[in-house]
Design a protein around this ligand. Structure first.
Ligand code: GLA
Length: 669
């Protein structure tokens, strides 16, 4: 078998992680009966299967997995089959302690949790591929298997390993990138602090040091580490594609705080993009972040439908305070993902564990059993997804975009910087939230992506920017686009070398400004702009060259300097926001810029509270999703057939507080 197979499924997939190994076989029958009752039709098994399938180096035992696959198949439930390699059995690290990952201070991590393996370990690679070979040979043509699930959340815990194997692999990676030590010295700027290298063997991962480390080395170690973890995916996928004709994916973690994998470089090798998302209540606006993650998942899929491989019915167990979802939130969160392009909604996990580190994590079937609000909502969701089946395959179209880059995240959040309070993701989330608050549909794109589909592109804090990426943006503005660039963008190139001659470097001409100096502001201190708005965290001493000054800092360390500028460039315009506007002011400003550029919500919504509205366009019909997060009912200007509750909408659509409605519009042009 060779090549790539797309993932297909009838309607919207509804599923979960299922860990039958945690339960006696008597429970399996009840599980499958209840799965059918809920409408579950895609189940991930064998995610943490290794120690069950391979009790010792030369012993395999597939009896239980054979049984489970047969039972699921007999029930008409499709299987998303894990390769089982996510967590290695204890016998492997006992025999080969060197497979265990090492932290930056040289400490080996012990087994006892999960994912305790070094991504660059040849011993781990060999052992894990042996398991994949066995699993793929046995189940590669099994009629139940709809999809391969490589490992699990690759790089969640072990992305950055500093052991000697990782050091050797890092050197190989660097040789391929730079060719010579001299070139590496130039790229890393090792003239600074007497760091010049003369031999490849002198080069190490950026292990814990007494002072700040070399930022170029840190950045390249991030790139290398992302590639090293991805190499495990590719190695497993190669085996699967050789032995099976089923599509292959792994579950991404496009979610807050997971920064180590550059999924732009991974996504092309997924037969379908799959993402895990958990609401993070440590964030200021978790719902906006959910929408951002969903839009980014769609971006990684290049607009194609994707699968929400995991989320939660209620609380997780790994935040300091794990909030239960409000009544109705399970439905709203699930359907927000569908609105934004997901053709599958799956949960971690099916049945709540009684033991183990995740026993207090919510599940589709909670500890309380079926006599519970969570179970009733799960069953309701299954019914709704069934009614939304015709939505599958349709696509979200956006005329606004936000540029997002993992490399910029790594370069921004490095050790020595103007303000530790300025973080990349916070800026991205703030810019996205400003668009989200206006109900605008946004694509998330990588730097250098083709922008021709968009009227407005927001570039939040794109600290690391290559010249060619800047050219794409500048040319697109010249051709008539409207860009909004926020502070701390265009500061360094791909080697973390400052673009000299005024910050924003290669964007200077498009922006028409000359930034002389950063003037960060202490967290918690507000500064005033002369347009009556307030801002935080950052200001800059800059001068407009060709740009018009729209607002000026009224106080703070850059008082008198432009805070918001707009530059006419070719047929378009480029805005610059030199500070972190308060959320409402940022939403107003970005909303006004978008409106002026002709960007509108998909339909007009009259809502006093928060809402989301997204249109998915299919071949024959379009589907407008309206999610009402507010305390009062809203009205949306859309007509057609409402798919969740059934009636035709002839006038305007009323969406009760907390509800979701999906309207099919016939022949929408
Ligand atoms: C991730 C993992 C699951 C589980 C959940 C808990 O998504 O893939 O195995 O640990 O987190 O939220």
């Amino acid at each position: 078998m060779t090549g790539r197979t797309p993932f297909t499924h009838e309607g919207i997939a509804f599923g979960c992680d299922y860990n039958p190994e945690q339960w006696a076989p008597e429970v399996w029958d009840e599980d499958i009966r209840l799965m059918r009752e809920a409408g579950v039709d895609l189940v991930a098994v064998n995610i943490f299967g290794w120690s069950h399938l391979q009790p010792g180096p030369d012993a395999f035992d597939f009896a239980a997995l054979d049984d489970i696959l047969e039972r699921l198949h007999a029930a008409g439930i499709r299987v998303n089959l894990g390769t089982g390699t996510a967590s290695a059995p204890a016998w492997l690290s006992r025999a080969h302690p060197e497979v265990l990952p090492m932290t930056e201070d040289g400490t080996r991590r012990y087994p006892g949790g999960r994912q305790a393996w070094c991504p660059s370990s040849p011993i781990f690679r060999t052992a894990s591929l042996r398991l994949v070979e066995a699993v793929a040979a046995r189940y590669g043509s099994h009629p139940a298997v709809a999809l391969w699930h490589v490992s699990n959340e690759l790089g969640c815990h072990n992305a950055l390993c500093y052991c000697d194997e990782s050091a050797a692999a890092f050197r190989i990676w660097l040789r391929e990138r730079y060719g010579s030590v001299a070139e590496l010295n130039r790229a890393w700027g090792t003239a600074f602090w007497s760091q010049s290298y003369y031999d490849w063997e002198e080069i190490l991962p950026p292990r814990a040091a007494l002072s700040a480390r070399n930022p170029g080395q840190l950045l390249d170690f991030h790139r290398f580490s992302s590639d090293a973890v991805f190499a495990q995916y590719r190695a497993e996928a190669d085996v699967l594609r050789r032995l099976s004709d089923r599509p292959v994916t792994t579950n991404f973690m496009v979610t807050a705080h997971i920064e180590n994998m550059d999924y732009w470089t991974w996504a092309d090798e997924m037969d379908v993009v799959a993402n895990d998302h958990y609401l993070d209540h440590r964030l200021g606006d978790p719902l906006s972040e959910l929408a951002f993650a969903a839009d980014l998942s769609r971006g990684l899929a290049q607009g194609a439908p994707w699968i929400l491989m995991e989320h939660s019915t209620g609380a997780v167990n790994w935040q300091p305070l794990n909030l239960a979802k409000e009544p109705g939130q399970l439905l709203r969160n699930s359907l927000t993902h569908v609105a934004r392009g997901a053709d599958g909604v799956c949960f971690f996990q099916w049945r709540a564990s009684l033991q183990g580190a995740e026993k207090f994590h919510s599940a589709m079937l909670p500890h309380a059993g079926t006599d519970s609000a969570v179970w009733r909502e799960v069953v309701e969701l299954g019914g709704i997804l069934d009614r939304l089946g015709e939505v599958a395959g349709s696509r979200v179209l956006a005329d606004a975009a936000v540029v997002f880059s993992w490399e910029a995240w790594w370069a921004t959040d490095t050790e020595c910087r103007p303000s530790q309070a300025v973080g990349y993701l916070t800026q991205v989330h703030a810019a996205y939230a400003a668009l989200h608050a206006q109900g605008l549909t946004v694509d998330i794109v990588r730097p250098g992506a083709d922008l021709s589909a968009y009227r407005v592109v927001v570039v939040p804090g794109l600290h690391l920017l290559r010249a060619d990426e800047a050219d794409v943006l500048t040319d697109w503005v010249a051709a008539g686009g409207t860009a909004v660039v926020t502070y701390y963008s265009g500061i360094v190139d791909e080697n973390d070398r400052v673009w000299a001659g005024g910050y924003t470097g290669p964007l200077r001409d498009a922006l028409g400004i000359h930034v002389e100096e950063f003037a960060p502001v202490a967290p918690g201190v507000a500064i005033a702009l002369d347009d009556g708005t307030r801002s935080h965290l950052w200001s800059e001493r800059l001068r407009a060259t060709t740009a018009e000054t729209v607002a000026t800092f009224a106080d703070g360390p850059a008082a008198g300097s432009p805070a918001i500028t707009r530059n006419a460039h070719g047929r378009g315009s480029a805005w610059y926001l030199a500070t972190q506007l308060e959320p409402a002011a940022l939403a107003d400003r970005i909303g006004a810029i978008a409106r002026e550029a002709g960007v509108r919500p998909p339909v007009d919504v009259d809502a006093p509270g928060a809402f989301e509205v997204v249109r998915r366009r299919g071949a024959d019909a379009s589907y407008v999703f309206v999610v009402n997060h507010g305390d009062t009912d809203l009205v949306a200007d859309v007509r057609g057939t409402e798919l969740i509750t059934g009636p035709a909408v002839e006038d305007r659509l009323r969406v009760p507080s907390g509800a979701v409605r999906v309207v099919r519009e016939e022949n929408h042009s």
